[in-house]
Ligand binder design. Sequence first.
Ligand SMILES: C[S@@+](CC[C@H](N)C(=O)[O-])C[C@H]1O[C@@H](n2cnc3c(N)ncnc32)[C@H](O)[C@@H]1O
Length: 214
Amino acid sequence: MELVKNPLFARYFDRCGARLEERGGREIRSELLAGLSGRVAEVGAGTGLNFPHYPASVREVVAVEPEPYLRGRAAGAAAAAPVPVRVADGTAADLPAADGEFDAVVVSGVLCSVADVPAALAEFSRVLRPGGQLRFWEHVRSRDPAYAAFQRAADLAWPHLMGGCHVQRDTLAAIGRVFTVESCRGFRFPPSAVLSPPAPRIVGIARKVGVPEG
Ligand SMILES: C[S@@+](CC[C@H](N)C(=O)[O-])C[C@H]1O[C@@H](n2cnc3c(N)ncnc32)[C@H](O)[C@@H]1O
């Protein structure tokens, strides 16, 4: 299994990540999770910032987090969540789950950091039932060529400072190669960001196409 241990980044994210919640993050998390139901796998749950936003129609969240410090923080947040959340070890490419057991997979700020995006997306598809949803909120390569060039330059250093996070991935195209994208909205986050490498964002819904058995 891929080893994800970023103690310095984990502590930085724990201290600073929550600040963006007050700058519109909460609203986007609510949008990301609106209307979900049944059993959900959240991959790369971090400190559990999504947990307060799961609707009551969600029966259980299995929150997978490979980084030990963050997993501990997620376990604390799970206890206060409005729906049952079970925190587990695992990685995006190796989820502790059977084939087709989830109604939805959720990722936010994770596909920028996984070592092998196609392998992760194939694994999400494996654990989803036919018709299940991938909900994503990710930062992506800008469609503005000048901004994308800036991101390409930033990407020389950014992954070394930010726990392996890359800022120039065309994540929507990668999702579209595995899932059917049903909706996607592009925007800048936080809205006040001027020249921030991870500012170009997408939030959306993709679906696993396939005929249910039986
Ligand atoms: C920027 S944080 C986002 C955390 C959380 N999803 C959120 O929205 O606040 C990136 C997260 O991805 C996790 N991560 C990194 N590589 C991963 C992998 N290969 N599989 C699963 N999670 C991974 C990190 O440990 C971290 O929790």
